[in-house]
Design a protein around this ligand. Sequence first.
Ligand code: FO1
Length: 320
Amino acid sequence: MTGQATKVVALCGGVGGAKLAYGLSRLLADGELAIVVNTGDDFEHLGLHISPDIDSVTYALAELDDPERGWGRRGESWRFMEALGELGGETWFQLGDLDLATHIERTRRLAAGESLSSVTEGLCRKLGVRARILPMSDASVRTVVESDQGSLAFQHYFVRERCAPRIRGLHFEGAETAQPTAAVLEALSSDALTAVVICPSNPYLSVDPMLAVPDLRQAVAAAEAPVVAVTPIVGGRAIKGPADKIMRELGHAPSPLTVAQHYGALIDGFVADVRDASGTDAGAYPTPVTFADTIMKGPAERKRLAWEVMCFAESLRSPA
Ligand code: FO1
């Protein structure tokens, strides 16, 4: 889509990031928000193309997400999985009956020659999502975990092995040659841009695959608006998922400072949690830091944090 005055670009992984993306979507008008989503978790499974992070963000914005699991659809049933199990099929990756429709329709349209961006736009329209959800690239990028159990495809590490293997490193197959989509580059170069928000997603598993696409990283660095990252670590622990475990395995203390240092010169500001305010040496951060309640239990908290992040970005644009 062209000609839209994008004000905020959010870089987002799955469940954790989707909450802030939801908050931003409820504050901004249609067309003002573009959400660039990680596709490094995508994989082919049971003959279907699964895009877990795109679906987590789509379902969250459509208010179809399951609040307990975070992934998949609310009110889900599992008859397909039960039947597959009875036939001796692979059941380690749970596909609910409603969710299955998304994967089947996506797979059909990709096989017919549509791009992932176009399929995503179409599915979003059908589900009533008005913000733009943009896959980071239409080319295949696949996250591979180097672990004490060897190289593991992302979902084998994350779901099948429940993140138990010790991580030694990560690489993102295809990232070096992948191009961001035109829509992603257009959003990041919008004249109306006021903030680029790195959502509280896992920096290593969810944000790094996006930043590993050279022209995407370059476009974030060149954006005319402040780049603000929000911590996924509170009180030394990940709000959800294995970010703290991975930090320890890679030799870092699990802390908001580690996250800020990980993004380094790419960011212009950092949002840490109020629970980490005491004992924080703000001077140790590579950028200005602000403190907010980053634990988003419901829609009101998601909107409030989104508002605080946008105000912080505004203060970085026009320092007092
Ligand atoms: N996560 C799980 O922990 N177990 C599952 O069985 C599972 C199935 C699943 C199906 C569709 C989908 O879109 C996501 C699913 N996820 C599941 C979540 C997903 O694999 C991860 O949360 C993300 O890839 C990490 O952001």
